[in-house]
Design a protein around this ligand. Structure first.
Ligand SMILES: O=P(O)(O)OC[C@H]1O[C@H](OP(=O)(O)OP(=O)(O)O)[C@H](O)[C@@H]1O
Ligand SMILES: O=c1cc[nH]c(=O)[nH]1
Length: 184
């Protein structure tokens, strides 16, 4: 991202995560779920999940998922992708899962994450929590159950979570191929 500035500072992110934890806790109670397994998506989703997991006091350790090999757009991961191993502390069969990411835009990352999860087994349910959502730019029929911040941004504007400490959100312009050529 070029020309980035801070969009949400550490205090605003903390507040959004606190609201998400309250909403998730109410949702789990409504659905009578008491053994949820939380899973964060690398990279930003793990930072958000880490904080939600601590606030909710969930018993099962936090899992994390790398979706690199399940993406539908390999051009975005480049020639030397940084792939982290996924970690699921318990089996997903018949478990109620909470999938956490930092940004939900097209929905393609979540599609990929669901494919990874269903290669591990058949969960009882999957709840989706995202720190920021760009609902107007959805490309797949995927919606979050819990959202921290809603954003209406111009196309070409990118939100990035920067962390783990302090956790802040940056807003910037993503150079397209033409821009990159001009600046090279
Ligand atoms: O709904 P989508 O359009 O799929 O966008 C959301 C995804 O985009 C970002 O990840 P990115 O692919 O930039 O990789 P990163 O986690 O390494 O930043 C973000 O962390 C989400 O996972
Ligand atoms: O603004 C956006 C959109 C998708 N993914 C991001 O990380 N930020």
């Amino acid at each position: 991202m070029s020309n980035t500035n801070i969009w949400k500072d550490a205090a605003q992110i903390d507040e959004a995560i606190a609201r998400m934890a309250d909403d998730l806790s109410a949702l789990l109670e409504r659905r009578a779920i008491d053994d949820a397994l939380m899973i964060g998506i690398h990279t930003g989703g793990v930072w958000v999940a880490d904080r939600l997991h601590a606030r909710l006091g969930l018993e099962a350790p936090l899992g994390h998922l790398d979706i690199s090999f399940y993406r539908d757009d390999f051009t975005r991961i480049g020639l030397h992708p940084q792939v982290h191993p996924s970690y699921l502390p318990v089996g997903v069969d018949d478990r109620h899962l909470i999938l956490v990411d930092d940004v939900l835009q097209s929905g393609r990352t979540i599609r990929a994450a669901l494919n990874v999860l269903f290669d591990y087994g058949r969960p009882a349910s999957v709840t989706l929590a995202t720190l920021a959502e760009r609902e107007a730019e959805r490309e797949l029929p995927i919606a979050a159950d819990v959202v921290g911040l809603r954003a209406q941004l111009d196309p070409g504007t990118q939100i990035k979570l920067s962390g783990p400490e302090p956790l802040v959100m940056l807003l910037g312009h993503t150079p397209d191929k033409h821009d990159q050529g001009a600046s090279a």
